[in-house]
Design a protein around this ligand. Structure first.
Ligand SMILES: [Fe+2]
Length: 221
């Protein structure tokens, strides 16, 4: 429920061929359905729901053509930036399962109004999911707990737990799991390097066992 597999519209898959290769690999890893989430960022990737759904359709047709079984849907990952309020107010957003809105914050520092942006998401009737809370170095555990109490659900990256993004991110990720604060598990797959790391994770039976005992909301999507 968090990946960047639509070709050519963000910093994920560069072309249709790569997209099909990633999907084939995910299918081999056991994935049955993927909800991919291209970035929406004002300056870099101003993707609209219409654009995302148009590219999705092309990929879906190709999936059938090449005989893959994996199901592909699309939503988006919204950067909470200065333009995000407008997208919410105009209802030009693409939610996950008509219910959740996947949002992310800058890795450097959040915009000042990020809490009010979260309230606006809720006021529009969506449940906000914060992408990879373990990756925001500026947040203390207390601040993450506060965000969680505001009603923001958390999605953790599988690769965070393997140490792919470093020791700190891994520690915060495991702490969040221990505190039962995580609802969704995602790949955040952008490129081949992520895919190779995911294959190594799949072979790590200890971590796999630990994660399979957790109550994920992914199957509800
Ligand atoms: Fe992402």
């Amino acid at each position: 429920m968090h990946s960047h597999l639509l070709p050519g519209i963000d910093d994920g898959s560069p072309d249709l061929e790569s997209t099909l290769q990633y999907l084939r690999n995910l299918q081999e890893l056991g994935f049955q359905k993927v909800i991919t989430t291209p970035h929406v960022m004002t300056d870099l990737y101003p993707n609209t729901p219409a654009k995302i759904l148009q590219v999705l359709k092309v990929v879906q047709e190709k999936i059938v053509e090449v005989g893959l079984q994996i199901k592909l849907e699309a939503a988006a990952e919204y950067m909470i930036d200065e333009n995000f309020d407008k997208l919410i107010e105009n209802d030009t957003v693409l939610p996950i399962a008509a219910k959740y809105l996947l949002v992310e914050l800058s890795y450097v520092a959040p915009v000042l109004n990020y809490e009010s942006a979260i309230f606006k998401v809720q006021a529009r009737g969506f449940v906000p999911i914060l992408a990879h809370p373990e990756r925001y170095y500026y947040f203390s555990m207390a601040e993450l707990e506060h965000l969680h109490q505001l009603g923001c659900l958390f999605q953790i990256n599988i690769l965070s737990l393997t140490g792919y993004y470093g020791k700190h991110v891994s520690t915060v990720g495991h702490n969040l799991l221990q505190k039962n604060m995580v609802s969704f598990l995602g790949t955040d797959l952008h490129h081949k390097k992520h895919l190779e790391a995911l294959k190594r994770f799949a072979a790590d039976s200890k971590l796999n066992r630990q994660l399979s005992n957790y109550e994920w909301l992914n199957p509800s999507l």
